[in-house]
Design a protein around this ligand. Structure first.
Ligand SMILES: Nc1ncnc2c1ncn2[C@@H]1O[C@H](COP(=O)(O)OP(=O)(O)OP(=O)(O)O)[C@@H](O)[C@H]1O
Ligand SMILES: Nc1ncnc2c1ncn2[C@@H]1O[C@H](COP(=O)(O)OP(=O)(O)OP(=O)(O)O)[C@@H](O)[C@H]1O
Ligand SMILES: [Mg+2]
Ligand SMILES: [Mg+2]
Lengths: 243, 243
């Protein structure tokens, strides 16, 4: 829910890693009007014929919107036009289940379906959560990042009770770790104390290659194969596959 | 609109600087359900009696919700409960002008009113924009940050035309500059080429003291008076005052 914690960075690197290293068939659904995970794979988001909004508004089947990035990676893209639909979609009956119903028609084709959410708990994030069995929570290692985690917990409780949907936490992922700073170490320790069994042991370091990779439309391990960013996301792929 | 670019960090440091250095009377309105700028000033956001939601739902006057941080700094706080009101508020007639009308009743008391927005263009951000004459746009120096700026431009055009509200850009502020990386320098240059007259000459550096300061409920220049983070935000205060 907090902005800029690495949701998109994690979604597209994890999607790519599951496909490239573990030969999983992966669908990445971008339900953030900013279209960042679509753009991170090089999809020209200012030029989309069909996108997630057409699925939610039932103008197209989800199958028609899929863009094949490579053999094992498909993306349902989004762009800013989706933002204009937030209020109309919030008014539709059954508005929380639009994505779930659409995904039901294609989920057999995939081993993993990842959904990249916007940084809020509006109708798009709620659609994503209702369509999912699990949620992976990246946390930025800072005071405000930790505060954001508390908001997410409250939001998840709300969803479990109000919408009667059992949501498991795949794991809490510490991101943007800067080993030279005390704040990173202290917040990481505080997370481990609170979420011991839920924490991924992988910690994503602050790494310029991670920041640069989307500008080349490739995951970090193609941009900088031997670097710490690449190693961290590969190690996350291993952990996710084995959970 | 992009998450994690420094909206909150800039809002509370600028508010504090205008008050402390330039003796301006400042109101900071937190209209982000995450309550981050409220929390950055040490307001206990999990324990609020009154907040911005009570103003938007017309259950309280904005005056009643004001918390005085020090002589010259007042805050209208928010917390996660505001998120539950997004859909009901979106259904109200005149929903885009709720904040503007509320602020009209107290704006004479202040030299500056700053509004910290959530990372999207939903009803809360639209209320903020409709209540404002100007918008300050922080941009994270990365590929995704630059992409976010393009989304903001489209959103502002939408607002100017659809809601017939002339919005000036106070300035575009480059944030989280890391001089050791090429991506920071290239994105900064690209911003300067596109927005030459609109760019603040101040560039906010990536600086751990900026990240730590909210955990002490103080602005960065009280946490680390002589540091680069403090100097950068002080220089931004000067630029804003002189525009
Ligand atoms: N480990 C990292 N090291 C360096 N930069 C990073 C790292 N993780 C993310 N970033 C950069 O930080 C910015 C925010 O990351 P990202 O966009 O993935 O977050 P997000 O949670 O998806 O944001 P939003 O809330 O806007 O959707 C991006 O510019 C990204 O490239
Ligand atoms: N110049 C900087 N140097 C180091 N850390 C920074 C800097 N600016 C912001 N941060 C940190 O980056 C994170 C995101 O910043 P901030 O919360 O101000 O962004 P935001 O745009 O308000 O995010 P959101 O979209 O969630 O509202 C915070 O943990 C903050 O402390
Ligand atoms: Mg994102
Ligand atoms: Mg913020």
């Amino acid at each position: 829910m907090k902005g800029g914690v690495g949701k998109t960075t994690t979604a597209y690197n994890l999607a790519a890693g599951l496909a490239d290293f573990c030969h999983q068939k992966v669908l990445l659904v971008d339900i953030d009007p900013q279209g960042n995970s679509s753009a991170s794979f090089g999809i020209p988001i200012w030029d989309l014929e069909l996108q997630i909004r057409d699925v939610l508004l039932r103008k197209a089947s989800i199958q028609d919107t899929v863009i094949s990035i490579r053999d094992n990676i498909d993306v349902v893209p989004s762009n800013i036009i989706l933002a204009e639909d937030e209020i109309p979609i919030s008014g539709l009956p059954g508005r929380e289940l639009l994505l779930r119903k659409a995904i039901a028609s294609i989920e057999d084709k995939y081993d993993y379906i990842l959904i990249d959410c916007p940084p809020n708990i509006g109708v798009f994030s709620i659609n994503a959560l209702m369509a999912s069995q699990e949620v992976l929570i990246p946390v930025d290692l800072s005071f405000l990042g930790l505060l954001g985690l508390r908001s997410i917990e409250k939001a998840l409780d709300l969803i479990r009770t109000a919408l009667d949907h059992p949501l498991k936490i795949t794991g809490v992922l510490a991101t943007r770790y800067d080993g030279r700073t005390n704040v990173s170490k202290e917040v990481l320790q505080s997370l481990k104390d609170t979420f011991s069994d839920k924490m991924f042991s992988t910690v994503i370091p602050e790494n310029v290659k991670i920041k640069e990779a989307p500008s080349f439309s490739i995951p970090v391990y193609q941009h900088d194969e031997k670097g710490v960013g690449a190693k961290a996301y590969s190690s996350l792929v291993q952990e996710v596959i084995c959970r």
